[in-house]
Design a protein around this ligand. Sequence first.
Ligand code: FES
Ligand SMILES: [Fe+2]
Length: 355
Amino acid sequence: MTREAIQPFIRNAWYIAAWSEELDDGLLARTIMNEPIVLYRDADGTPGGLEDRCCHRGAPLTHGTIVEAGLECGYHGLTFDTKGNCVRIPGQKNIPPQARVRSYPVVERDQILWIWMGDPARADETLIIDYPYHDQPGEWPHRKAMFPIKANYMLMIDNLMDLTHLGYVHRQTIGGNPGQHVAADMDTRQTDHGAYFIRWMLDHDPPPTYRKGGKFEGKVDRWQEFEYVGPSIVLQWSGALDVGRGAQEDRNKTGFHLRLLHGATPETETSFHYFWSTANGYRQDDPQATQEMYDEIYPTFIEDKEIMEAQQARVNLDPERALVGIHADSALSLARLSLAKLIEEDRNMMAVAAE
Ligand code: FES
Ligand SMILES: [Fe+2]
């Protein structure tokens, strides 16, 4: 079990580098695992990720421009393709083989740019999770966001895998009564790639966000289903139906439900990029419903950001000190167990790559 707050990077995995729409304005600078990266689209729209440091004099390539042949450095005009090869040096024909920059495998899928930070030979695209909802605006209209958070990425996973914090951190928003959260009926299990839980709060007062979004008048049966797909993704499906509508038998009935994608991409050991999107499975033809839910969730996640940053500041005083587990941590513990396995596997892969 990994009880320390600060967990090491796992390189051989896919991470969210950016939302597709973040490249609409051109070059994007983003540090991932302490490595400055430039993300961009080349002239035909193919996305690329290169080390944000020109091999000539070290200028950041984010100061450059997209030209027909690739990404042209803004200092002396060396141009690189998406594989990191230098394809043009102004004033000379011969391009030395060492004139190249590191390139990262980048795959665009479901309006997400996924990046592989490990051995490129292991970048297996079939390992990328499917998230079809971003491309289903009729059924799942959505909004996306990204917050920088000053905490180790695993504090985010801990946060999502222990929802008893809702009654405390989010008392004013999605939370509701702390006692009902602690008493929620929980079904937790380990999966091949992480951990899963579903919790039910039956015959429960809808929290303010649900009352507004779902227009509930009485009590509801509320569920929260979370799946951690290690190392950095959590898939969420939450909702509620009026008591008596058989929510436990069929959650797909017309009612109030949401799908959220959470991605915690490490920036440094003590900071990460928090990508989240929220899709509403109700009032789909009403753009106001999507906006309202986004406006409700946004301050909730700011509450999470604040508690995690405060937590990290304390952890920084004594980073090695182990954290104490409690009963409510059952899903969190399974997530960390699978993380420990991923760390071990990644170490072995990195050792092989270094040989
Ligand atoms: S530093 Fe990039 S071309 Fe000189
Ligand atoms: Fe939270």
